[in-house]
Ligand binder design. Structure first.
Ligand code: PLP
Length: 389
């Protein structure tokens, strides 16, 4: 059975070049990067080469890159590393739970927390940020690209506002890295998170950009790894993989590969919308990363679509979370003002570097057929009242 994977915002396959780069570090080059003998120097050099590659991807200094176990740890390090008792913290309503639950935890401990709303396109208004600043605001954390909709925030404006107000700015760029060019100095952020497995490196590795001069309280205590910012023996194969994926991403931008992916995504989206009534794009009208399309198909449940598509070989996802047995509509889509039913009727298609024209053909043949079948079974669906919206 043919299987097409369009859930690359959940995780991406490790590219063959990345796997090949990592392979020697599981066997031949096994040293602890802190050891001073030949074996250690060997892996130290590999870690530092990877740091250079990540620094090139983010347009920062190598010394400003801290390797972590992934995006969640990078987000936690940025937030818990800076915010202290008495501080005010600003975030947005549509963050990934790695940020949202970190902020919530601090709020429970007495930190003042402001959630900025988003408009119908999923965008935070820079004026809302300006208005939310207080004399004790320590940190603003707003994501660069949303994992569910792909909507890109005006982070450069946020960076400028924070710089002017002398407030730290962290952006979760886990879903932006390798999809859009990132130059940390242009954004004006102090901290920026990325995750390996969203850009065709392995799961369990990530990095936090920490602007020179920014002092973070570490999350982990132990040895003086990563300039005392992240204790623990380095995950050398993972870091090498992240470095290689960063290199490939830089080359792909230079070759204009992102335009190809945008064209694939646009064909997927346009064709589906042309052939399915009562469907639309969540985040339409906002700038988006090239690989993501979040579409609502009124009258049917996202979960039912995910399962039905999967049985036919197509992997996609919903942003919905299952809590205590009930399917909760996505916090991102509800923050954008979607009614619960429409939020529950939404699914995310997300493309990766491995996806081809044929994969998109497969999806655009399957989706309208399956949506029609599910709607026939849906008590909510009445063909005579369905309208294009
Ligand atoms: N931030 C965003 C926007 C994400 O999409 C994810 C993962 O889905 C994370 C953070 C967490 O990254 P990781 O899975 O590497 O911990």
């Amino acid at each position: 059975m043919r299987r097409v994977y369009l859930d690359n915002n959940a995780t991406t396959p490790v590219l063959p070049e990345v796997l090949a780069a990592m392979h020697p570090y599981f066997g031949e080059h096994f040293g602890n990067a802190s050891s001073i003998h030949h074996h250690g120097q060997d892996t130290r050099a590999a870690v530092e080469r990877a740091r250079d590659s990540v620094a090139t991807l983010l347009a920062c200094r190598p010394a400003e890159v801290v390797f972590t176990s992934g995006g969640t740890e990078a987000d936690n390090l940025a937030i818990f590393g800076l915010v202290q008792s008495g501080d005010h913290l600003i975030t947005s309503a549509i963050e990934h739970h790695a940020v949202l639950n970190s902020c919530k935890h601090l709020e429970e401990k007495g930190i003042e927390l402001t959630y900025l709303p988003v408009d119908g396109r999923g965008l935070v208004d820079p004026d809302d940020l300006r208005r939310a600043l207080r004399s004790n605001t320590k940190l603003v954390t707003i994501m660069m690209a949303n994992n569910e909709t792909g909507v890109l925030q005006p982070v450069t404006e946020f960076g400028k506002i924070c710089t002017d107000a002398d407030v730290y700015f962290h952006t979760d760029a886990v879903q932006a890295a390798s999809k859009v060019p990132i130059r940390v100095k242009d954004i004006g952020c102090d901290l920026l998170s990325i995750s390996g497995h969203k850009l065709h490196a392995p799961q369990g590795v990530g990095a936090l950009y920490v602007r020179k001069g920014t002092t973070l309280e570490p999350l982990l205590f132990g040895g003086r790894h990563e300039r005392s910012r992240r204790a623990g023996t380095e995950n050398v194969p993972g870091i090498v993989g992240l470095g290689k994926a960063a290199e490939l991403a830089v080359t792909a931008f230079a070759n204009g590969d992102d335009r190809e992916r945008t064209a694939l995504r646009d064909r997927l989206e346009t064709t589906i919308l042309e052939s399915v009534e009562s469907a639309g794009v969540n985040g339409e009208g906002a700038p988006r990363v090239p690989n993501t399309s979040n579409i609502y198909f009124d009258y049917i449940e996202g979960e039912a679509m995910v399962i039905t598509f999967d049985l036919k070989g197509l992997a996609v996802s919903t942003g919905a979370a299952c809590s205590s047995g009930a399917i909760e509509p996505s916090h991102v889509l509800t923050a954008m003002g979607l009614p619960g039913d429409r939020a529950r009727a939404s699914i995310r298609f997300s493309l990766g570097k491995q996806n081809t024209d044929e994969d998109v053909d497969f999806a655009i043949q399957l989706v309208p057929k399956m949506v029609a079948r599910l709607r026939e079974l849906s008590p909510l669906y009445n063909k005579s009242t369905a309208v294009n919206s």
